[in-house]
Write a protein that binds this ligand. Structure first.
Ligand code: CA
Length: 470
């Protein structure tokens, strides 16, 4: 008894053949020498990433990792790594408006993990690693071109995709752009004050990509490969798009797929000079996305006519064409756009489209309400029973015990197989976010799921929520 695993392996080693020794040398206990960095230390993140072996972790201690120290446009392929904070640390990666943090152009899986890092001041600029691509290269902090990763518990602040290397003002995704067959997860992350020149103030998920196939000026082909993103338990605040197809928060287009669930999207803005913009909180064009258990509040299509009336549509959510998202268990309230489209706009709706929107709380009856299925479960009103929606009084979108949203949602289980893979539904990380609300409280609490990002939760032990909500 008492023999450690390491001791056991050492004892065994002398009996191994040369071939087995090689296999042994690749075993995790032998080669996973995780890398620990300090700001301005002997190694920057780019150097650590180049040195790291597949499966290794790079830990960042507290402090600011600056672009000017070489922490810029970091790219690696053919290996999954974990780049994360040291236990208890809150490292900041400051791009100093010089470029992106990370560029992913293929060769990763969801086992490539970015976690616990605050990214600031990213800018979507030209980088040599993007030489063969043109078009909507955005993502002020990260771009994914036909690639994958898991992003968890990160902050994205003040990033900008308003620049295009070829002078075309179409860069998408203020913080993250996932295009050309990408498949990413964004879990419990916060997006604040990012902006794009086109679609998705914070995040864009799309298809189009122009690829260089020769050295001539005309040697480009356009590829169209839809992408996919799971965006779970995230916070979108004060992101901005000045374009016609906005999406101040997350935006999907190009037949992409995915999920936006347990998210709070508030105070995001879209502003287009002539029409006022589309989709202040969430923008979905031709993409079958599940929009479930979100609170979408006070987003704004900010342009107004001379009479001071809003010009934009879809202040909360804008939907643009087949295939259509499903909107379930959402609060969409206090958003600003043309009357009839303040909360949800569905411009091309026809009666047979059967837009599935159910078990939600809207501040206004949408123009296209008659085309909804499940509309008998939609509440219309101005006060769903938030603890405190007033920013001057500690803005809090969790639900009071007497809220009409409590136990008014519907069970999402029947929808999950359509939007998640079997592998994802067996993944403990995904299961965690599917069974916890925006605040990390268990969902479902009580007899049924609640409407919105927050599940009313009464902790009998501490009673803290009782004191707050009653
Ligand atoms: Ca409930």
């Amino acid at each position: 008894m008492g023999k450690t695993i390491e001791g056991f392996l050492k004892g065994t080693r002398r009996f191994l053949t040369a071939g087995a020794m090689l296999a042994y040398s690749l075993m995790p206990s032998e080669t996973y020498a995780d890398i620990h960095l300090t700001p301005g230390g002997s190694q920057n993140i780019a150097q650590a990433v180049a040195q790291a072996q597949p499966g290794e972790a790079i830990y960042l201690s507290d402090g600011t990792y600056k672009a000017s120290d070489g922490n810029l446009n970091v790219s690696y392929s053919g290996k999954d790594l974990t780049i994360t904070a040291e236990q208890g640390a809150k490292p900041v990666w400051d791009l100093e408006s010089q470029g992106r943090a990370l560029i992913f152009t293929g060769g990763h899986t969801k086992n490539n993990i970015i976690k616990g890092i605050t990214f600031r001041n990213g800018l979507a600029t030209y980088d040599e690693s993007l030489h063969n691509y043109d078009g909507t290269l955005g993502g002020g902090t990260m771009i994914f071109i036909g690639d994958s990763s898991r992003i968890e518990d990160c902050d994205f602040e003040n990033s900008n995709a308003a620049f295009s290397p070829f002078g075309m003002n179409y860069a998408d995704g203020g913080a993250i752009d996932a295009i050309a067959g990408s498949n990413i997860e964004i879990l419990k992350s916060r997006f604040t004050n990012n902006k794009t020149s086109h679609i998705g103030g914070a995040v864009h998920v799309g298809a189009d990509l122009n690829v260089r196939v020769g050295d001539g000026e005309d040697d480009w082909v356009t590829k169209f490969i839809p992408s996919r993103a799971l965006i779970l338990n995230c916070n979108f605040y004060d992101n901005f798009s000045p374009a016609c197809q906005g999406g101040g928060g997350p935006a999907f287009n190009g037949n992409s797929k995915g999920v936006v669930m347990n998210c709070l999207s508030r105070n995001n803005r879209v502003n287009y000079y002539s029409s006022g913009g589309l989709g202040g909180g969430i923008e979905v064009v031709n993409s079958g996305v599940l929009i479930a258990n979100n609170t979408i509040y006070n987003n704004d299509t900010t342009n107004y006519n001379s009479s001071n009336n809003p010009l934009g549509v879809g202040g909360g959510i804008n939907l643009g064409g087949y295939p259509y998202p499903k909107i379930i268990n959402c609060v969409v309230l206090g958003n600003i756009a043309k009357p009839g489209s303040k909360e949800i706009s569905f411009l091309q709706a026809k009666k047979d489209d059967n837009l599935e929107a159910s078990n939600s709380y809207l501040g206004e009856v949408p123009d296209t309400f008659n085309y909804f299925t499940g509309k008998d479960t939609i509440q219309i009103g101005q006060n769903p029973g938030f603890v405190s929606p007033n920013p001057q009084n500690a803005e809090d979108f969790s639900l009071r015990a007497d809220s009409s949203c409590v136990d008014a949602g519907t069970d999402l289980t029947p929808y999950l197989n359509e939007y998640f893979t079997a592998e994802e539904l067996a993944d403990p990380k995904i299961i965690y976010y599917l069974t916890h609300d925006f605040a990390g409280n268990p969902r479902v609490f009580g007899s049924k799921p609640d409407i919105g990002a927050f599940e009313f939760y009464r902790n009998a032990a501490s009673d803290s929520w009782m004191n707050k909500g009653l």
